[in-house]
Design a protein around this ligand. Sequence first.
Ligand SMILES: NC(=O)c1ccc[n+]([C@@H]2O[C@H](COP(=O)([O-])OP(=O)(O)OC[C@H]3O[C@@H](n4cnc5c(N)ncnc54)[C@H](O)[C@@H]3O)[C@@H](O)[C@H]2O)c1
Ligand SMILES: [Zn+2]
Ligand SMILES: [Zn+2]
Length: 359
Amino acid sequence: MKGVVARQKGAPVTLETIVVPDPGPGEARVRVRACGVCHTDLHYREGAINDDFPFLLGHEAAGVVESVGDGVDDLSPGDAVVLNWRAVCGTCRACRRGRPWYCFATHNARQPMTLEDGTPLAPALGIGAFCEQTLVAAGQCTRVDARARPEAVGLLGCGVMAGLGAAMWTGGVGLGDSVAVFGCGGVGCAAIAGARLAGATRIIAVDLDPAKLAVARALGATDVVDASREDPVEAIRALTGGNGADVCIEAVGNPKVFEQAFYARDLAGVVVQVGVPDPSMRIELPMIDLFGRGGSIRSSWYGDCLPSRDFPVLVDLYLQGRLDLDRFVTETIGLDEVESAFEAMRQGRVLRSVVVLEG
Ligand SMILES: NC(=O)c1ccc[n+]([C@@H]2O[C@H](COP(=O)([O-])OP(=O)(O)OC[C@H]3O[C@@H](n4cnc5c(N)ncnc54)[C@H](O)[C@@H]3O)[C@@H](O)[C@H]2O)c1
Ligand SMILES: [Zn+2]
Ligand SMILES: [Zn+2]
């Protein structure tokens, strides 16, 4: 199979021949139809995740089950699936307490995919879907309605789900809430769409880039704030009767933006941190403000989603025209264009570039 590999830290990715084993017990082999390019793929290539090179990149994917191993009885060849990186174990301490979205022992395929010379590959987030086919744990496949466009629904596999869930699950946005979303890339725009689905009546989008704010409006923002021109904390207070928003979502990964989200929140409100900070970042807050303003600060990994519960519902909402996943697909590209998609991402030109595979 042809696949996109990051061989060494910082080097451009290359298209390689990948050996994909037949599925063993509990595994499934999936023909990939579409896979989005996520920041995390670039982080792998830059050595910012770990040093387990070579990596097989790609992890926001939809495809069709090709074959399944022994003991897999809830998937069949031909099933349309969205891949996930939260195949829950059912037995760890989080799962046993009925909170499987925190599962500490999620499943991946046991057998490695390799280069032709037998070198094992580390698949990004245990998926590795910039490849014609990939091998995953069966639980990483969530069956969805086959009529859905793979390049749109595959995005539920990571960033778009992270944003939707940051609003719907982590932030607990409800009917009539006010929500402010800081950073309107793929994740922040999905948080805006999630806030709308959850019934928020005022949704304030904050970004430095007017083009991003226009997309945010199309996805449901009722108000936009250009943080390069005005103080977002003041602007959000002014839009919420002087109080601040019930839920503030940080979708950049920046300590200054976190602080803005913290102070733009109403008393007893919720701050959700979904943007990923780098390890050098620090925040400093007067402890009295943490105490005196009440409410909570919550981090959101993958939007606290449970793929088996959430993906089929979100795909149905997409098919009904109530969740505009198509708007996240800025461009479709070939397997050989991942490196230029990283450049488009760096320049902020896209919400998502999506690799589409033939056949
Ligand atoms: N928690 C999770 O599970 C999870 C999953 C996927 C991605 N993420 C993270 O979410 C973050 C956003 O991802 P993305 O794909 O949307 O990235 P992106 O780069 O496409 O979007 C970031 C947006 O923030 C804006 N921005 C930058 N500085 C700003 C500032 N000071 N004020 C307001 N806006 C500002 C940019 O203009 C851009 O529109 C990243 O840190 C990513 O790693 C988290
Ligand atoms: Zn578990
Ligand atoms: Zn991702």
